[in-house]
Design a protein around this ligand. Structure first.
Ligand SMILES: [Zn+2]
Length: 260
């Protein structure tokens, strides 16, 4: 039996899905994952993302933004081109943006500027912002402490922080946390943290092709596997899978203003 689920963060337009993309979408639909939200990465990922959304207009929804790992010297020009795209089609969110200090610390100043610019878009266009945080909670909180207000809402995608960080995120008022495959990794300790995070702040994602949940850890991730994250959350929260599915789906519909 399957319940309706939303994969709120997945990169199904990437090359690793070129051979079986349609079959993979079919598997997702069969698993109850009827809505799939696609964060953008850089200029090169846009065409593939758009064509996937054009092929599955009821199921796939694009976002627009620049990933922090792709903030290069020309990032201001890239951001200007991306901003112009909002005039041409509907995007359900700004992202993914944020700060990543795991791969490259030398671009921190540029990453902060790029993040701030994209927060400005989210406020002006009344869209949620999708935040990638890797080794960078303090830097991100510093930005949000300055810029958060009642016009901003968004998601900390692939949340893997501690309870103090979760509480800080919730204190901003308009933010939720996206949980993915890491929840199924025992050593992550995430399950204990998630015990204390209220369901109203949680949405589900895969971040595929990365971070595959158990029992497929180590293999390529795909949207159908969001059900394994839902099952783990059901175990952690001691709530039925049906409740988990309906609460997280309603949360995602609210955050991204998707029709229910
Ligand atoms: Zn991502």
């Amino acid at each position: 039996m399957s319940f309706p689920l939303i994969d709120t963060h997945t990169h199904l337009y990437l090359e690793v899905f070129d051979d079986d993309r349609n079959a993979m979408i079919t598997r997702a639909l069969e698993a109850g994952v009827t809505r799939i939200l696609l964060p953008n990465i850089d200029m090169n990922s846009i065409a593939g993302m758009h064509s996937l959304c054009d092929a599955f207009p009821q199921n796939c929804f694009p976002m627009m933004g620049l990933h922090p790992c792709d903030v290069k010297e020309n990032f201001r020009e890239v951001l200007a081109e991306m901003e112009a795209l909002f005039e041409q089609r509907k995007y359900i969110a700004v992202g993914e943006t944020g700060i990543d200090l795991y791969w490259d610390k030398t671009t921190l100043v540029q990453q902060i500027e790029s993040f701030e610019t994209q927060i400005g878009w989210a406020k002006r266009m009344d869209l949620p912002i999708v935040i990638h945080a890797r080794d960078s909670f303090n830097e991100i909180f510093e930005v949000l402490d300055r810029l958060n207000d009642s016009s901003l809402r968004g998601v900390f995608h692939c949340f893997t922080g501690n309870l103090r960080q979760a509480e800080k995120i919730m204190s901003y008022g308009g933010f939720m946390m996206g949980l993915g495959g890491v929840l199924t990794y025992e050593k992550s300790g995430l399950a204990e943290v998630v015990c204390d995070i209220p369901m109203e702040s949680i949405i589900l994602e895969t971040d595929s092709p990365f971070l595959t949940p158990k029992p497929y850890r180590g293999k390529r991730n795909e949207s159908a596997y969001v059900k394994f994250v839902a099952e783990k959350l059901s175990e952690v929260k001691k709530q039925s899978l049906q409740e988990i599915a309906s609460i997280t789906t309603a949360n995602a519909e609210k955050m991204f203003r998707l029709p229910s």
